[in-house]
Design a protein around this ligand. Structure first.
Ligand code: UDP
Length: 234
């Protein structure tokens, strides 16, 4: 498969066309942004670590019969993926209150939720990814009812598989964001699964091992990504 021209550059990744319409190359960058791009920085080696961490999670999910866009790692920073049309809905899965949920509902960070919470937001940078519900998604024709049902089922299954795997590595999966895409007539899990898109806490110390270290200027940002890499891929 030949890597051709770049077709999209996002905040953390570049996407390249290949000589096949069915495949793309994703390249992970070290650039980090937070708060709708208002905070910017670089986390050394983040691209390499997120590429490998995501690959490991996608492999694990595939082993558990969850279809993803992941095909294979190509290099330190690149993976080959199936080309999808991204559904413009971000799916947030929460096990423990943190971040915007804590603020919105006045729940102390760390409060264990009695059941898993799913949230949707409309993937639109200009609008700041506003939270939406099923009615909005259907009214705006972002996805069909059947697709929403599938997306929810897959998101909950991803949560169960990742939670169990991470617990064995002494990591608590607090919350995370997923994106899905259409590939021919299938819905595939797409985007990435990394410390950029998940909250990971050390199970013993509750130390944050994710992008919150960058968002909140907690220091040891790169070390946290390395630690997740070591536990997940080691
Ligand atoms: N998240 C993400 N991209 C976004 C928004 C959220 O990857 O654009 C992830 C975030 O890293 C966290 C979870 O989704 O693991 C829940 O984020 P939250 O809604 O609490 O927003 P935040 O506090 O990150 O603004």
């Amino acid at each position: 498969m030949e890597k051709l021209e770049m077709i999209y550059e996002g905040k953390a990744k570049r996407v390249y066309r290949t000589d096949s319409e069915d495949y793309l190359v994703i390249e992970y960058k070290d650039d980090a942004t937070a708060f709708d791009g208002k905070k910017r920085g670089v986390i050394q080696n983040k691209g390499v670590l997120n590429n490998k961490i995501s690959a490991r999670f996608f492999q694990l999910l595939e082993q558990n019969d969850i279809e993803t866009h992941f095909v294979k790692l190509l290099s330190d920073r690149e993976m080959l993926v199936k080309a999808v049309k991204i559904i413009p809905i971000e799916v947030i899965v929460r096990n423990i209150a943190a971040g915007s949920l804590s603020k919105r509902l006045g729940l102390q960070e760390g409060t264990i939720l009695k059941r898993t919470v799913l949230e949707f937001s409309y993937k639109n940078d200009e609008l700041g990814d506003p939270m939406i519900n099923h009615y909005h998604a259907l009214a705006m024709e972002l996805a069909s009812e059947d697709e929403l049902k599938q997306i929810e089922q897959i998101a909950l299954k991803v949560n169960e598989v990742l939670k169990k795997f991470l617990a064995e590595k002494n990591i608590v999966l607090v919350d995370f964001k997923l994106e899905f895409g259409r590939h021919h007539d299938r819905i595939l899990l797409a985007d990435e699964i990394s410390p950029d898109t998940c909250r990971f806490w050390d199970a013993s110390t509750k130390e944050k091992l994710d992008k919150d270290r960058f968002r909140r200027d907690l220091g040891n940002v790169e070390e946290a990504y390395w630690e997740i890499y070591r536990r997940v891929c080691g």
